[in-house]
Each structure stands twice: as structure tokens, then as C-alpha cells.
Design a protein around this ligand. Sequence first.
Ligand code: NAI
Ligand code: MG
Length: 491
Amino acid sequence: MAEIDKPRREVDVPGDWTYASAPESRDIVHIRDRYGYYVGGEWLEPAETYETISPRDEEPLAAVGQATAEDVGRAVAAARTAYADGWSSLPGSERAKYLFRIARILQERSREFAVLESLNGGKPIKESRDVDLPLAAAHFFYYAGWADKLEYAFPNRRPRPVGVAGQIIPWNFPLLMLAWKVAPALACGNTVVLKPAETTPLTALLFCDVLRQAELPDGVVNIVTGDGRTGAALVESEDVDKIAFTGSTEVGKEIQRRLAGTGKRLTLELGGKAANIVFDDAALDQAVEGIVNGIYFNQGHVCCAGSRLFVQESIYEPLVAKLERRLTTLRVGDPLDKNSDVGAINSAAQLEKIRELVASGVDEGAEIYQPPCVLPEKGYWFVPTVFTNVAQSYRIAQEEIFGPVLSVLTFRTPEEAVEKANNTPYGLSAGVWTEKGSRILWMAQRLRAGVVWANTFNRFDPGSPFGGYKESGFGREGGRHGLEPYLEFEE
Ligand code: NAI
Ligand code: MG
């Protein structure tokens, strides 16, 4: 066959396509030097403060209060007063108006919140902008819709609010977890004391300004900041009727012990070690995208992250090759850069935990792959990592790493996949990749996980209940199910 002469190029084509930096402006955010507690619609001065920083460069952002048991007591009293003074007896259609307002204000101010979320927590701006903020607003819209329909949601059961809810949230989705907690509580007629995580208090504190704008009655939502001691004080507060907690299994167990016998209601959303299972008939390139989204989204700081990848043996080699190649294209860096795929690790403590578990994986004999990657000098960073040759007994296959680290295991038959996937103390989520609908249903019936995604991963919707089995906790958030923990029924 004759050689075809390629036309000579007139213009030099660059051989290197690195991205120019595309930083999001932070001018839209005004951070105060110092924050107190938002109690009864006013700011209380803290006696003691600590510095909250940005994990991208360790820059101090603001002084934030470390609330004492006394401060927590004031917040609970304000919530009780607001509950008795009318919030609990307000018609649902009136409560809905406030929730709709909050949702709309979050949409209007979403860029401001997204920038602050990325600054304080380290997640890439494209995630806070495209995932956290739209979903937080969607949760308020969704539960606004339920506020005047509780009798229809639970016919003939006479739903009424529980009272004052104490809510303790983690640092991986600071504003979104606030929305998951606050929206259903208010829709059902409860009042709230919320404690954000110590490393990421700023979007919750900015949210107080949204409450002011929405003219929510004073004391319906109160926000106290501080570390685990503040959380423990909230759990122990006599006048709280219900505790909702999202965080580590260790602290969840401690809270459950504390509340045993007190009659206080409790929901726990704890850790996970989800199986993401790829069958040999799956569309491999799509599966690779789903695997990447499953474990590198939000630096792997995700309770439902697909941290254990199970690959059917017949496609193991091509799949791992595609995955490792895809990893070389992930851009790790400044969370405020619109091109960043993977941002900063949330805290020095979390980085230390990831390093320790990764070292254990190497010591136990797994094979490590990390793409070439230049990390910023300041701040907390970890290269996206894949472990192959992982045995089920290794710590990296058993323990929640909560970082951008994937453990790859294999299976031969669907039965074996189910057995291995369920071989964990957790049960929050799972993923199945296959072309066959019947196999998806067969798997979903057998996987002991609160959520099973099929040919997708880490997809959230306010209308869909979310929660765990076993050590991943109990109770559901989202959907009609998410109303129940905030209601009492006359049987
Ligand atoms: P943590 O469970 O200590 O913190 C979560 C929240 O609970 C924070 O607001 C914290 O101040 C509060 N808290 C801590 N001790 C408390 C206590 N005794 N009583 C009441 N509240 C308390 O989680 P941490 O230490 O930040 O992270 C450790 C590990 O936990 C992570 O590496 C990860 O594996 C897991 N984790 C899981 C999360 C999830 O979404 N399921 C979220 C955060 C962490
Ligand atoms: Mg802790």
C-alpha cells in the first residue's frame, strides 16, 4: 500500500498540554477575625478560641470559639424556648416558607459558600461548586416540600415533632451535612443546636447569616463550635430530646453508650469500607470513571467511598492498566483552582492516619502504585494511590482509610463477590458494574449495604434515603425515611 504523505505542519503544535492555573477569586468571601456562637439569634462572645486554618497552605483563617458545657446549655435553652414559643405549633406551610427561603438564599450565595468551603476544608472548588452547594440547596427545597404534608407521609399516625435536636457533624461535607441535619429537623417542627467539626466551622458560621436573611425566628437554629468536648457536652445536655451524629464509628459507639437508658432518640451515620464490584461484562471505561469517582472524589474523605475494588479475575489486567493510566491524568493541587480534581487532605491528623495505613499496606505485602505527581510544598497532600495484591486480611482492606487510597481485590463468581463484599464490619454502600439488569438485582438483594449503586457511584439525591447496616450506624437521612427520626407518633 502506498505511503500517504502527511502534509507538513505549518504551526508548531505544543507537545505539552499542562493546564494553566485557573484560580477562583476569593474576594467574594469575607471572613471575620473572630467568631462566637450563634444562640437565640445573637452572637455570644467565646471565652476561649482556637485558630481554624486552610489545609491548602496552613494559612490561619479566623479565631473560632471552643464552647464549654455552659455555652452549650445556653444554646439548648434558646432552642427549647423557640420550640415552645411557637415554632413547634406553626402550621407546616409556614415552616415550609422559611425552608424555601433558606434554599433560595443558598442558591444566590452559592459561589461565596463554595469558595469558603474549599478554603476551610480543602476540597476542590469544582466539587464544592457543583456538588456540595447544589445538593445542600436541594435538601432544603426537598424538605420544604414535606413540611405541610407530614400527615400524608404517615397517614393515621398523627406525627408531631420530637423537640430539641442536638446535631453533630463531620468535616468532609461541612455545609451539606448541615443541610442533611437541619432541613428535616425544621420541616418536622423541631428546633436545633448544631455543632460543626472543629476543622471546618466556617460555612456553618456563614450559614447563620442566611438564617438572619431568611428571618428565621430566633433560637430555631443555634450553632456552637468546638472540638469533641463540645460535642460530648451536647450529647450529655439534659434538655436535648434527640441526637443526630455523623462521624467515626468509635465516637458513634461512645455516644450510644452515653445515651443508653436516657430515652433520648439517636441516629448514627458512621464509617464505611464499601465494595465497588466490577463484572467482566461491564463497560470498562465507564467503570474506570466510576472507580475514580468512587475513591478520589473529595480526596476519599467520604464515608460511602468505594475503597475496596473487587474485579472479576478475567478482566483484572486490562482494568488495572486502564485505572493506573487514568490516575496519571488526575490533577492534584490547589482546591481553589478550577482545574484541580483532587484537593488537600483536611487536616494534619487525617494525613498522618492515611500515611500510617498506607505504610501498613506496604509492610503487609501489597503492591503500591502512585502516579508521578508534584505536590505543593505547603499544606496537607497525598498522592492518589492504588494497592494491588491485597489480601482480605490486610488492614488496608479492613479499616476505613478516609483518604485517596484504593485497595484492589479479585473474585471469580457472583457468590464469591457477595461473600467478600459483605466481609466487613461496615455496611454503608456498594457499587455493582455489569451490563445485566438481572445480575444487578441479584447482587443488590444480597449486599448488606444501605445504598447499592448500579453502573454509577457516589450519586446523591435528597429524595433517596441514605444510611447504614452494622457498624455503619442506624437511621436514615434523605427521602421520606429521613423525616421519621424527627417525629413522634401516636400509636
Ligand atoms: P470524629 O468522629 O471524632 O468527629 C466527628 C464529629 O464528632 C466532630 O464534630 C467532632 O468534634 C465530634 N466529636 C468527637 N468526639 C466526640 C464525642 N466524644 N462526643 C460527641 N462528639 C464528638 O471523627 P474524626 O476524629 O474527625 O475522624 C476520625 C476518623 O473517623 C476518620 O479518619 C474517618 O475514618 C472517620 N470519619 C467518618 C466520617 C463519616 O462521614 N462517616 C466523618 C468523619 C470521620
Ligand atoms: Mg475524633
